[in-house]
Design a protein around this ligand. Structure first.
Ligand code: NAD
Ligand code: SER
Length: 317
């Protein structure tokens, strides 16, 4: 049977790249991009079906499921960590109600596979911070983090109770050049490249020695599609898989950028609310289950990612 793939939240940092990758594999017509707003330039360019959809509007969403009868659904609409702390109830509502709508309609319309991303934000101050394991104490203290942890529990529940084939990854902070990030704690690691090329300077909102798990977007997209194509029997985790790429601090990232832009200068703000969020998260991730179950291995280390970001961004910014 041919695929019909619905991507909700397609205009965002991940959606922009995921839709292009899926259209490359399955063809433009097989991938229905959708978002609250009209398509961003990158989605208009690699044209294919596009729908304005509000994941919180059940009638609107039901109509889209009826119209396309999707075989796969990717739910990317969410409010991320930093914006979530400014609008906690709005974030909880979108991140939870949106997911429950998708899980319910996916059961009703017999969707074959659902992808919903979790995050390193499911961990908290009492989780081990180095090589954080798949299973450990999880006490997230951001609304974003506990909405993701509750979401993971719902995904596993729908798999166990209703046999819905839901798959998920705990993405680290994602870094890419094709789209801007949407309000997270790890956004500095994208902004820094734009500012380095534009002005040769960057003021980081995280302190010099704040290590966080990160990943280049190409690796994240490849991990997502690899997980979605893995035989169902090999997907042993139905909450969300730990996923590791690169771990680094703002100072280490700046040093790597200086190898390409020798005059680049980084400074650090005195205080920022995102620092407390970053301090509660892991510094590095143990992704043994992803390696073992579906052969995960990242391709980008810090030098390779920095080189690729600068080469691609230099003609854009
Ligand atoms: P983003 O903020 O860049 O994009 C989210 C998109 O959802 C936006 O285009 C927005 O317009 C859309 N949207 C918002 N409300 C909507 C609604 N009611 N109906 C339909 N669309 C709506 O986010 P992203 O970075 O692309 O993240 C996608 C997913 O991946 C989220 O679940 C996020 O938590 C998760 N994630 C992202 C990262 C990261 O570093 N980017 C890391 C971990 C997890
Ligand atoms: N990059 C995301 C954030 O900072 C992590 O889920 O919110």
């Amino acid at each position: 049977m041919s695929e019909k793939i619905l991507v909700i939240g397609a205009n965002g940092q991940i959606g922009t790249e995921l839709v292009a990758a899926l259209r490359g594999i399955y063809g433009a017509e097989a991938v229905i991009a959708s978002d609250l707003k009209s398509p961003v330039y990158a989605l208009r360019k690699n044209s294919g079906p596009y729908e304005i959809v509000n994941v919180l509007d059940k009638d609107n969403l039901h109509h889209i499921f009826e119209k396309y009868n999707p075989t796969q659904v990717y739910l990317l609409a969410a409010i991320l960590s930093a914006v979530g702390e400014q609008k906690p109830k709005v974030a909880w509502d979108l991140n939870m109600t949106g997911l429950l709508h998708i899980l319910d309609f996916s059961v009703e319309f017999k969707v074959e596979k659902v992808f919903w991303p979790s995050s390193i934000a499911v961990f908290g101050p009492h989780s081990p911070q180095q090589q954080t394991p798949q299973y450990c104490v999880m006490d997230p203290n951001t609304v974003y983090g506990f909405s993701k942890l509750a979401g993971e529990r719902w995904c596993e529940y729908y798999f166990t109770k209703y046999g819905l084939d839901v798959r998920s990854l705990r993405y680290p902070g994602l870094i890419g050049w094709r789209a801007n990030p949407g309000g997270g704690t790890t956004d500095y690691a994208v902004h820094i490249f734009h500012q380095a090329l534009k002005t040769g300077k960057y003021e980081s909102f995280l302190s010099a020695d704040t290590a966080l798990p990160m990943m280049y977007m190409d690796d994240a997209i490849r991990a997502t599609i690899t997980l979605m194509n893995a035989p169902a029997g090999e997907v042993t985790i139905r909450s969300a898989y730990n996923l590791a790429g690169i771990s680094f601090t703002p100072a280490q990232l700046a040093d790597e950028i200086k190898k390409h832009i020798p005059g680049f200068e980084i400074t650090y703000v005195d205080s920022d609310p995102r620092q407390a969020i970053a301090d509660s998260w892991p510094k590095s991730i143990d992704d043994t289950y992803a390696q073992k179950d579906w052969g995960w291995e990242p391709e980008y280390d810090l030098p390779k990612m920095v080189q690729d970001m600068l080469v691609n961004l230099k003609d854009i910014v």
